[in-house]
Design a protein around this ligand. Structure first.
Ligand code: ADP
Ligand code: MG
Length: 724
């Protein structure tokens, strides 16, 4: 039974879960009671920290962190790139006697100065006033991170300009939570529901990723620099058999996953699920849902830990949306709901007709929001890398539609025709909410081809890319929903003033929304061509590529929406558009340059070498005068000719540099170009550069199938994708 004893002595996740987080338990232990209460209040209500207690809290956090071995602290913030940013400062303060003590004041905790002038701001700060500041987000707890022997206290923060403009992804998220809270409370009040806690978004973020042996990645400049393969012939066995999905996890990968989970548990991240995904070497990790703000911070940590732990196992974790052409890409499903601890989830169908009426109002608000502002939602997932995934037959298309499932759809359809009889086959009931039928808790069938699906008690937004910070999409969802709830509350209030019952008012509202906004509802196959035609007919916005999608950020409608609910002002929207355009252009330029250099200095020489080898061999053979060598020689010269043609074609393609056409402006040297110049350049990237890169790739990939494997300069898909 010794093995049993051994197991028992191993620490369990429950022993160390959250040990590196300054969580409720730590706060209670380290803070005086009154301070604890005050801080707790601040956190729950999402209010400002009372400056009078900041020093006490700071000192307690420092003592706690030092007891964990921390020597430094950092404010962690989330700039407009998809990564998080940090600047470490030591606690160390020299004393008068030649020694040093550890110090950390309230002001160090609450506010930091971050120059960060090289981070993209989209013109929100010019370099002479580059200072930005970071401000503690009390709702996301501080934690200590161990890395390479160093231990750092990390404090999640907002990142703002001196004038208070948001330079980050967290600030708008918190603002949008406030917007949704205000409008949801208005609706709830009409239903007689009151709550002292703010209503906010919840998020369950499923993260997909690839794992590739580090030795292979080191030999592939494309994977190293661009995070995706720019070349690579299709392997004989791809994902055709779908035998990878939910399959047995290879041992080496399993060891990696276990270590990732241990690290994440220490950070209080409730990882729940791990499994193989559809493509070979593709996996998924999913924590339980949390407040969307915390879930987003945690998602950043998950990505960091995935990358870091992979290195220890001589693997590379690839978070790019489409690392391998011809195989499924990686996404990040955002499971979205709103509510709070006191009143629960507002997208949960209720038990009573009254609850169901409330549910229907919130559901319809989402339908209206996605119909009115789908293009905004779509713009939040626009990036060079996600363009390769959306609509590529494994991910939803870039058309925003909403899947309800047959039963709910059926109920809504009945509202439109004016008779509510419950889900199919039930007897006809009177119109009016008092007799609303129970709403099925399980939507039944699941539709994986929909970008936005109702899944029983939440919506699942599936268009977010695996490397993206999901905050942008959550901000859009919150803001769109706030506007829709505002509309609904006003509608209901007006009807109630006309002496309608609440039931009748809801009936009218639901019927109105179903009538006006049903065009966004689609239960069919989102991957099919027919849907594109149909979506066009329904006048839904179709923005297949980033350059089509990004201009929406500064459309009058979106500026109006975001300013009205104090989420993002015109300048902040403009800056985001500018930064995202710049990222798109830079990414495409860099990849194009890289592809050309790989083709010129690796692929072309390999093809020539092989051709030479064959030619030499042919010459030697013909000199030997062996019997029957004619047939062999003929076959060989056919191959040489085939290679020759492919090489010539490749040569033409590598002589053309789509990035450096003289008449065009080099955007990389001129960040912050006027929007119209950026748009033109982005369009050029899409219609010329990416097309030229694909042509180059097709030629190179066909050469890969001709040239001897030992001469080919890069590990093949086959080798990279089936590591065990
Ligand atoms: P799937 O079938 O899509 O793979 P999973 O069970 O893997 O589903 O993931 C579902 C995610 O949705 C989990 O992160 C889960 O915690 C989250 N989730 C569940 N309920 C809610 C909710 N009310 N709001 C937000 N997210 C939720
Ligand atoms: Mg999912």
């Amino acid at each position: 039974m010794s093995s049993h004893v051994e197991c028992a002595s191993k620490p369990l996740p429950t022993d160390y879960y959250g040990e590196n987080v300054f969580n409720d338990k730590a706060m209670r232990q380290h803070l005086p009671k009154t301070v604890y209460k005050s801080l707790k209040q601040t956190i729950e209500k999402g209010e400002r920290l009372d400056p009078a207690i900041a020093d006490v809290v700071a000192s307690a956090i420092k003592d706690w962190a030092v007891s964990k071995g921390a020597t430094h602290y950092t404010h962690v913030f989330y700039p407009l790139t998809d990564n998080s940013a940090e600047k470490h400062d030591s606690f160390l303060t020299p004393d008068d006697e030649g020694g040093a003590i550890a110090e950390f004041s309230g002001s160090n905790l609450v506010k930091g100065e971050a120059d960060g002038s090289s981070l993209p701001s989209g013109g929100l700060r010019s370099t002479f006033e580059a200072r930005g500041y970071t401000a503690w987000d009390v709702t996301s707890p501080a934690y200590v991170m161990e890395n390479a022997g160093g231990i750092v206290l990390c404090i999640p923060t907002l990142f703002l300009s001196w004038t208070g403009l948001a330079l980050d992804k967290k600030t708008p998220l918190l603002r949008s939570n406030q917007a949704v809270n205000k409008q949801a409370q208005r609706v709830l009040k009409l239903f007689g529901v009151e709550t002292n806690l703010p209503i906010a978004a919840n998020g369950g973020l499923e993260q997909e990723y690839f794992l590739v042996d580090r030795d292979y990645v080191m030999k592939r400049p494309d994977l190293l620099i661009a995070g995706r393969t720019l070349f690579g012939a299709k392997p004989p066995k791809g994902q055709e058999f779908e035998d990878q999905y939910y399959g047995v996890i290879p041992e080496r990968v399993f060891a990696f996953m276990v270590e990732v989970e241990q690290e994440l548990y220490k950070l209080g991240i409730p990882v729940k699920t791990r499994h193989n995904e559809v493509a070979p070497s593709q996996y998924e990790i999913a924590p339980l849902y949390e407040s969307a703000n915390l879930a987003t911070d945690h998602n950043q940590l998950i990505m960091t830990i995935l990358r870091r732990v992979a290195r220890k196992h001589n693997l590379v974790c690839i978070l790019h949306e489409k690392p391998f052409q011809g195989l499924n890409g990686s996404g990040k499903h955002v499971n979205y709901s709103i509510g709070n601890k006191e009143i629960g989830n507002l997208f949960e169908p209720g038990e009573t007709p009254h609850d169901n009426a409330q549910f229907l109002v919130f559901l319809c608000a989402v339908i209206r929001a996605v119909h009115k502002y789908g293009a905004f939602l779509r713009a939040t997932v626009a990036s060079a890398s996600n363009d390769f995934r959306l609509g590529a037959h494994e991910a939803p298309p870039a058309i925003m539609s909403l899947f309800l499932g047959d039963q709910l759809q059926d109920i809504l359809d009945q509202f439109r025709i004016g008779e509510v009889k419950g889900s199919r086959k039930k007897r006809i009931m009177n119109i009016g909410v008092d007799t609303l039928p129970p709403i099925p808790a399980d939507p039944g069938d699941r539709n994986r081809t929909s970008p936005f699906a109702f899944v029983g008690n939440r919506f699942e937004f599936r268009a977010v890319g695996s490397s993206q910070n999901p905050a942008g999409s959550i901000v859009a969802l919150n803001t769109m929903l706030a506007e829709s709830l505002d509309f609904s509350a006003t509608f209901l209030e007006r009807e109630l003033q006309k002496n309608c019952t609440l039931g009748e008012a809801v009936q009218k509202l639901v019927a109105f929304i179903v009538e006006e906004h049903s065009a966004v509802l689609f239960n069919g196959d989102g991957y099919s061509k027919v849907w594109h035609k149909e979506a066009e007919r329904r006048k839904l916005p179709i923005h297949p590529h980033t350059p089509d999608a990004l201009p929406v950020f500064t459309s009058p409608e979106i500026i109006d929406l975001c300013t009205r609910y104090n989420v993002l002002c015109r300048e902040e929207l403009r800056s985001r558009q500018e930064v995202y355009f710049e990222q798109y252009i830079k990414t495409t330029h860099t990849e194009a340059k890289l592809a050309l250099s790989m083709a010129r200095t690796n692929i072309y020489p390999a093809a020539i070498r092989y051709q030479t080898e064959l030619a030499k061999n042919a010459k030697v053979l013909s000199g030997l005068g062996i019997e029957n060598s004619d047939k062999l020689l003929k076959e060989m010269s056919e191959l040489i000719l085939k290679l020759d043609m492919a090489i010539r074609e490749l040569q033409v393609q590598i002589d053309f540099d789509p990035v450096d056409e003289k008449e065009r402006i080099n955007v990389q040297k001129n960040p912050g170009l006027a929007p119209n110049i950026q748009m033109t350049e982005a369009e050029h990237c899409r219609s010329k550069i990416l097309v030229a890169m694909q042509e180059l790739r097709t030629l190179a990939d066909s050469l890969e199938t001709l040239v001897a494997e030992d001469l080919w300069p890069f590990p093949s898909y086959q080798h990279m994708l089936f590591v065990k």
